[in-house]
Ligand binder design. Structure first.
Ligand SMILES: Cc1cc2nc3c(=O)[nH]c(=O)nc-3n(C[C@H](O)[C@H](O)[C@H](O)COP(=O)(O)OP(=O)(O)OC[C@H]3O[C@@H](n4cnc5c(N)ncnc54)[C@H](O)[C@@H]3O)c2cc1C
Length: 471
C-alpha cells in the first residue's frame, strides 16, 4: 500500500483516456500519478490560436448523442462553451463528376432514411439509385461472424452506392481501408439494424420514428458539438482540476512496466523518479502498450501489437471569403476514392462553427493520407500545402495565396479496427484481467470517438476501484 495508506494508481499517458481515468480515481480518493512525455496533457487533442484563426490540430468536435462527452464538459463547468454545428452546415457534400453534390437528405453513412432524396440524387446513376432503394428487400446475412464495411455496404446497397457515397463518408471518419474495417467494431448499430429489422431501411425508419432528431445527411452533423474556445480546453481544464486535487504529473517516457513479487506495479523508463503503485492503467497507443507490457505478458503484448494504425495529415488553409467561389454551405466535402484525387475530405471549419476564422475569412481543413495513401505522410510540408491548395482551387474555386497555411501530421495516430477487432479486444481484456491491478484504456479498443474514449478511461478506472483493499 502507498505510504499515505490510500491505494495508489499510476496512469501511463495523458490523452483523454488517461486524464479521465485519473479523474475517476482521484474523485474516489485514490492516490494517482500520471506519467506523460513533456508533462503535456491532451494527447492528440490540441488547438492553435493565431491572429484570429482557431485551428484544431486533430478532433474538431464530438458526438453529443452519447452522453460521456457532454457530461464531462458539464462536470468541468464548461457547458457555456458548448456549441453545435451551425444549421447551414448540417449536411455533407460529395465530389461527383466535377461537382459538389449534397449527400441525400436523411442518408446516414449507409442507412437510407428517406426514399425520395435517394431517388432524386444525382450522385448515383438510375441503376445505382434503384439498387440502393432495393436494400429493403436484400435478405439479412445468415452468419454472425464479422464482416468488412466494404463487404457489408456492397452486399446491402450495391457497388455504386458504396463507391460513390459510403466509401468517401467512411474514409472521412476512420481514414481506414474499408475492405479491412470491421463492421462489428466500427458500425455495430448498422449490423444490429440488419439483424433486428432485416434491412437498414427498416432499421433507420424505426430509429427516426423514435428520435426527434432533425433531418441531416452524411454524419448526423446536428448531433456534433465543440467548445467555443477549441477542443484543447477540455483536457487542459481536466488536467488543471487533477493537479488541483493532488494528482501528480511526472514528465517522462515509460519504456517498461513490471510487477514485483509483492504485487506492486512499477513503471520505468526515462523518468525523473521511479514510479510504483498498487495498480497501473496503460493508455498509450497500442504499439507502445505492447512494448511496455512485453515482460508482463507476451501473449497480451502480441495481441496489442496486432492492432494496426494509419496516419493522416491535415492542411489547414485560411482565405479571404471573396477568394473562394464555393458557398461552403455544408460541414464539408468528402471525395470518393474512385475520383482519383489525392485528398480524402475538406472540412469547412468556419461554416461549421463560429469563431474559427477572422471576420471576412474562411477556414478549410484538407485531409490527406489515410490507410489507403500512406505515401502522403512522406511528403514535406510545402508539398502538402501545394497539393491541398491545388485541390481546393479545382474543387472549391479558391484563388490566390492563402492567408493561413498550417500542416498537422498524424503519423500512425488512428487505430484501425480491422475485421476480428472485437474478438481481439475480448482476448486483450481477458489477458489483462489475469493480472490484478492492470487495466488498459484508449482509442485502440472500443471506439475512437471522444465519448467512447472517455468511456474507456472510466471503465479502466472502475477496474482499479474494485481491487482488493481498494474499497
Ligand atoms: C487527426 C485526428 C482527428 C480526429 N478527429 C476526431 C473528431 O473530430 N471527433 C472525435 O470524436 N474524435 C476524433 N479523433 C479521435 C480522438 O481525438 C482520439 O481517439 C482520442 O483523443 C484519443 O485519446 P487517447 O487518450 O486514447 O490517446 P492519445 O490522445 O493518443 O493519448 C495517448 C497518450 O499516451 C502518451 N504516451 C505515448 N507514449 C508514451 C510513453 N512511452 N510513456 C508515457 N506516455 C506515453 C501520449 O503522450 C499521450 O498523452 C481524431 C483523431 C485524430 C488523430
Amino acid at each position: 500500500m502507498h505510504p499515505d495508506h490510500r491505494s495508489s494508481v499510476v496512469v501511463v499517458g495523458a490523452g483523454l483516456a488517461g486524464l479521465v481515468a485519473a479523474d475517476a480515481l482521484a474523485r474516489r480518493n485514490r492516490s494517482v500519478t500520471v506519467v506523460v512525455p513533456g508533462g503535456r496533457a491532451g494527447g492528440v487533442l490540441g488547438t492553435v490560436h493565431h491572429d484570429g484563426w482557431l485551428v484544431e490540430r486533430s478532433a474538431d468536435c464530438f458526438l453529443a448523442a452519447r452522453p460521456e462527452g457532454v457530461a464531462l464538459v458539464e462536470r468541468l463547468g464548461l457547458e457555456d462553451e458548448l456549441i453545435g454545428v451551425e444549421p447551414v452546415a448540417r449536411r455533407a457534400l460529395v465530389w461527383h463528376a466535377g461537382r459538389t453534390l449534397p449527400v441525400p437528405a436523411g442518408f446516414r453513412l449507409m442507412a437510407p432514411g428517406r426514399a425520395w432524396p435517394v431517388a432524386s440524387s444525382r450522385i448515383l446513376s438510375i441503376a445505382g439509385r434503384a439498387r440502393l432503394l432495393w436494400e429493403r428487400f436484400v435478405p439479412r446475412r445468415s452468419t454472425a461472424d464479422d464482416e468488412s464495411l466494404e463487404s457489408f455496404a456492397v452486399r446491402r446497397l450495391g457497388r455504386e452506392a458504396f463507391d460513390r457515397l459510403v466509401q468517401p463518408l467512411a474514409a472521412g471518419i476512420w481514414t481506414a481501408d474499408p475492405a479491412r474495417l470491421s463492421m462489428a467494431a466500427a458500425c455495430p448499430d448498422f449490423l444490429a439494424m440488419e439483424r433486428r429489422h432485416g434491412s437498414l431501411w427498416s432499421g433507420e425508419r424505426a430509429r427516426l420514428r423514435q428520435s426527434a432528431a432533425p433531418e441531416a445527411s452524411g454524419a448526423r452533423y446536428g448531433q456534433f458539438v465543440t467548445l467555443a474556445s477549441g477542443m484543447e480546453t477540455l483536457p487542459r481544464r481536466l488536467a488543471e482540476e487533477l493537479r488541483g486535487c493532488g494528482v501528480r504529473f511526472i514528465d517522462g517516457t515509460a519504456t517498461a512496466i513490471s510487477r514485483a513479487a509483492d504485487g506492486r506495479w512499477r513503471v520505468s523508463g526515462d523518468l525523473p523518479e521511479s514510479v510504483s503503485a498498487d495498480a497501473v492503467i496503460v493508455t498509450t497507443p497500442a504499439p507502445v502498450s505492447s512494448r511496455l507490457l512485453a515482460t508482463v505478458d507476451q501473449g497480451l503484448a502480441d495481441e496489442l501489437a496486432g492492432i494496426g494504425y494509419a496516419g493522416s495529415c491535415i492542411v489547414s488553409l485560411g482565405f479571404a471569403r471573396d477568394r473562394v467561389t464555393h458557398p461552403l454551405d455544408a460541414a464539408g466535402l468528402v471525395i470518393p476514392r474512385i475520383a482519383g484525387r489525392r485528398i480524402l475530405a475538406v472540412s469547412f471549419s468556419s461554416s461549421k462553427f463560429p469563431g474559427r476564422a477572422p471576420r471576412g475569412c474562411v477556414l478549410l481543413r484538407v485531409f490527406v493520407g489515410g490507410a489507403l495513401d500512406p505515401d502522403a505522410m512522406r511528403l514535406p510540408d510545402d508539398a502538402l500545402v501545394e497539393l491541398a491548395l491545388s485541390e481546393v482551387e479545382q474543387i472549391l474555386g479558391t484563388r490566390g495565396e492563402p492567408r493561413l497555411a498550417r500542416v498537422e501530421r498524424w503519423d500512425r495516430a488512428m487505430p484501425q479496427y480491422h475485421v476480428g477487432h472485437v474478438a481481439r479486444v475480448a482476448r486483450i481484456e481477458a489477458a489483462a484481467a489475469r493480472h490484478p491491478g492492470l487495466a488498459l484504456a484508449g482509442a485502440a479498443y472500443d471506439g475512437v470517438g471522444i465519448p467512447q474514449v472517455i468511456a474507456s478511461g472510466q471503465k479502466a478506472a472502475a477496474c482499479c476501484l474494485t481491487l482488493p483493499g481498494s474499497s
